[in-house]
Design a binder for this molecule. Structure first.
Ligand code: PEP
Ligand code: MN
Length: 340
């Protein structure tokens, strides 16, 4: 951490700060500037840092205390410089091959899910998505079919040799959803549901932490840190668009988050262009951009009859759209040294 002394701090006060830091067992590195003095402290154990920073900040002759270590440790690139590859029963996320996760927004019926899953699988998807518990802004919107939907997902995925990704919203349901899901999705609205993050950190099913629609990258990484801290190492991130002043698109898909996360973290990054844009035509274009920018996976909504979808029809690709898109992605992936 770096302690910025107030401009009026006396020599004695600067020495007092240095002594406190040394007494805590840290190395002290003062820099005496023309205007003010800055004291660097190194070797601070993470667990005690926040407390020490607060106590220094409370001194009237200290202007500011800045933490130099990132507020996330297990999620940081330094922790695992070569990058994480998650293995979900043989399907890899984070390796050279870009992972395709596709399926309906919501599991509506067995037939609808099967038709979508078959088309997704035929086009190259290895992971079947589908909502059983749907987070809705409105309590009057469809909330999902729950366990019945989980059974449909698992049955179909097993038949087609696909893996399942589905959202878990309630910490009390984590154990139940783990019986059906290969990846637990933490939805945007739950990115700071710390009880839920801790609970999925305790289990050993892979977790996808979606970015809160309001969240800064650092807050998002700290959400992932909660899961990692629990001992669950199979954590991936998913950018799904953030809220800006723009209303033409449902969200503003922040594709710069992909290279930013690659700089800051070792965790694989997935792009969800469906929630990210809200419009079918834009989903197609932004998926191509996501591949170009280095996404490790894509999470795409595909519905056999989008006009009949209970949720998110306007952003759902048809089965044909999806097959065409995957074909179009291949040369883009090759151009950036990846496969599909
Ligand atoms: C979804 O994937 O259908 C979904 C509800 O996602 P998000 O949490 O990003 O809105
Ligand atoms: Mn959706």
């Amino acid at each position: 951490m770096i302690v910025v002394m107030a401009a009026h701090a006396t020599q004695q006060q600067i020495e007092d700060v240095q002594k406190r830091i040394q007494d805590w067992g840290y190395g002290v590195h003062p820099i005496f500037g023309a205007e003010r003095t800055v004291v660097g402290a190194v070797g601070v154990p993470e667990a005690d840092k926040a407390r020490y920073m607060e106590s220094l900040e409370a001194l009237p002759y200290v202007e500011q205390v800045i933490g130099i270590l990132r507020p996330y440790k297990f999620a940081s690139r330094e922790f695992h410089p070569e990058g994480t590859v998650i293995d979900v029963k043989g399907v890899k996320i984070g390796g050279n091959q870009i992972c395709l996760m596709a399926g309906p927004c919501t599991v509506e019926t067995y037939e609808q899910t099967l038709e979508s899953a078959k088309a997704c699988k035929a086009a190259g998807a290895t992971i079947l998505r589908g909502g059983a518990y749907k987070p809705s802004t409105s309590p009057y919107s469809f909330q999902g079919h729950g366990v019945a939907a989980l059974e449909i997902l698992k049955d179909i995925a097993d038949k087609l040799d696909m893996r399942v990704i589905t959202e878990v919203m309630d910490p009390r349901n984590v154990e139940l959803v783990c019986k059906y899901a290969d990846i637990l999705q933490i939805g945007t609205r739950n990115m700071q549901n710390y009880d839920l993050l801790r609970e999925v950190g305790r289990c050993r099913t892979a977790v996808m932490v979606k970015r809160g629609m309001w969240a800064k990258i650092e807050e998002w990484l700290q959400a992932a840190e909660y899961v990692l801290l629990g001992g669950n190492k199979d954590v991936m991130l998913c950018e799904r668009g953030i809220r800006t002043f723009e209303t033409y698109t449902r969200n503003t898909l922040d594709l710069s988050a992909v290279p930013a996360i690659k700089e800051l973290s070792h965790l694989p990054v997935v792009i969800d262009p469906s929630q990210g844009t809200g419009k079918r035509s834009l989903v197609i274009a932004m998926t191509k951009a996501a591949v170009a920018v280095g996404a490790d996976g894509l999470l795409i909504e595909v519905h056999p009859h989008p006009d009949q979808a209970l949720k998110d029809g306007a952003q759902s690709l048809t089965c044909e759209n999806f097959a065409d898109l995957v074909n179009d992605l291949k040369p883009i992936a090759a151009a950036v040294g990846r496969t599909l």
